[in-house]
Design a protein around this ligand. Sequence first.
Ligand SMILES: [Zn+2]
Length: 455
Amino acid sequence: MTNKGIFAIAATSAVALLFAMNVVQVDLSSDEQSDTETMALAPISLGNPAMAATLQTRRPVTPFQEPILAALPAIYNQRLEVGNGDTLAKILMKAGVDRTEAHYAIKALTEYYNPRRIRRGQDLTLTFESAPLSVDTHTQTNSDTFIGFALEPDYKTEVRVSRTATGDFKAEQRTKKLDRKPVHAEGTIKNSLYVAGRDAGVPAVIIARLIRLLSWDVDFQRDIRKGDAFEVMYESISDKHGKPVYNGAVTFAALTLSGKQITVYRHELKDGTVDYFDADGKASRKALMRTPIDGARLSSTFGKRKHPILGYTRMHKGVDFAAPRGTPVYAAGHGTVVYAGRKGGYGNYIKLRHNGTYETAYAHLKGFARGVSKGKRVEQGQVIGYVGTTGRSTGPHLHYEVMMSNNQVNPLRVRMPSGKTLKGKYLARFKAFRQAQDRILASLKTTEVAKRGND
Ligand SMILES: [Zn+2]
């Protein structure tokens, strides 16, 4: 068979070949560029725009490789990283793709992916087909052909644009084959949970999630002591080569604080909602009270209103509960006092931090309950102060605010953390799940002990 014949066959099956495993990998993003031959297989020199413009590449042919290279046009990939200010068109053309071809390839892509979404640091894989070699002269007869590119909108999806047999471009989207496996780590805290986690090889993002989900029960600024211990199990998602590509959910976490253990299990309820529960099926997210006062009347709602003292319209960023002077005000949830004192128009004011997301504030108080001061921990329902009319206020009432990520939200409307406790068949289902999780944990620990034994 002639070279030309083989080339034609290869061209028609280019799309099929694109997804094949045995493409020549030219990974220019790696530092291992000592192999000059691999470098030479790239269609252009990336550091030389003049070279890129001409798209002329000479592929050295070693005597050993000669018969293979001469007989089969090679499909090879070129991996690029999106740089600052790059557009997809710019990248393709820089890599030597003709302007019109780049245009049609990008147009095909838009079926699944908006090319404007491309961002710095994102990986792109361009695929080329080497021009067939002339066996006699060892030089190429024409330039390499651009046959497509691929990108990953997220860790589990791949979008690939490929040249079809008729020469135009077509996009395909596929879900990548990923392997999901549980990873376990534990350690003793010397100075911070963050450092202990890092020393145990836990990714920073997992430590951050762990802190967030335990922060309803733990004040990480105050409760952690030297010698406390942590344990975590999370999902590690890796690609078909075993390379971790994504850190999944924390499925189990435990903290031992001064000998007392707090555990949480990630559990999916029958309706599909996912939450964290302690070993007894109590939600680790604690509820916040919408009405942190007894026997009060809602006197002003959240939203735009004419201010009773200032006289002009402005946002009322909380709700008001009219109540007799001295009526106890409760902490809406477990938390830490971040402010307790005089604060301008708010008068006597308390702000509580419940976790990384939620804060609540209480204004116009007559006074503060004993022991309520900055840095102190409070329990849900604990009396923190008393209704008054201090600050900019027309009569005794509690002005109550809920802040979500530093923004005031309507306490009566916002979706509050549930604070639910599983009961009956829900609890039974959770307990069966928990036992399965405990078995996975035990087996991971056994493996770790065995590994340590071999060191
Ligand atoms: Zn108010």
